[in-house]
Ligand binder design. Structure first.
Ligand code: AMP
Length: 145
């Protein structure tokens, strides 16, 4: 899918938001939902998505959605740091297929990084054990402030 197109209300994140698909939930408020990536590039790979969006990427997003979204990203990233004590964190997002985007609902990736620990390639890893993801989600959720 190119950068231009129509929002698909049946994308997987829209289904998660409607409760039609499961997720290992970390945090939610009125504006954002955060959950574990099921194909993690590294332990603790966490996603943050806006709840009320019909944009397919960051470029299309409304300012009133972006503001609480980035605050949610910071809040969850701080909790990831507190829970998993990484040496650093990568926070990223992709726009368009050519850039690596695979789900066309805006989202940020939070990837904890440890010195000497490699990260898997984007969108090419195996599916994580749901029980492990749930445990990680609870560990991070306990550090939300
Ligand atoms: P992107 O490729 O930037 O669009 O990111 C989409 C991310 O969503 C990828 O890292 C996928 O591993 C992840 N993903 C896909 N399906 C699910 C799902 N059902 N639950 C959690 N994460 C998912």
């Amino acid at each position: 899918m190119s950068l231009d197109g129509t929002y698909d209300p049946n994308n997987i994140f829209a289904k998660i938001l409607r409760g039609e698909a499961p997720c290992a939930r970390v945090f939610e408020d009125d504006h954002v939902l955060s959950f574990m990536d099921v194909f993690p590039q590294v332990k603790g790979h966490t996603l943050v998505i806006p709840k009320h969006s019909s944009a397919r990427n960051l470029l299309e997003e409304e300012p009133q959605v972006l503001s609480p979204l980035i605050l949610g990203v910071q809040r969850v990233a701080r909790a990831v740091r507190a829970a998993l004590e990484p040496d650093g964190l990568v926070i990223t997002q992709f726009n368009g297929t050519a850039a690596g985007q695979t789900v066309f609902h805006p989202h940020f990736h939070i990837l904890p990084r440890w010195d000497g620990v490699a990260v898997g390639r984007h969108a090419s890893g195996g599916m994580a054990d749901p029980a492990e993801l749930k445990a990680l989600a609870e560990q991070i959720a306990a550090q939300i402030t």
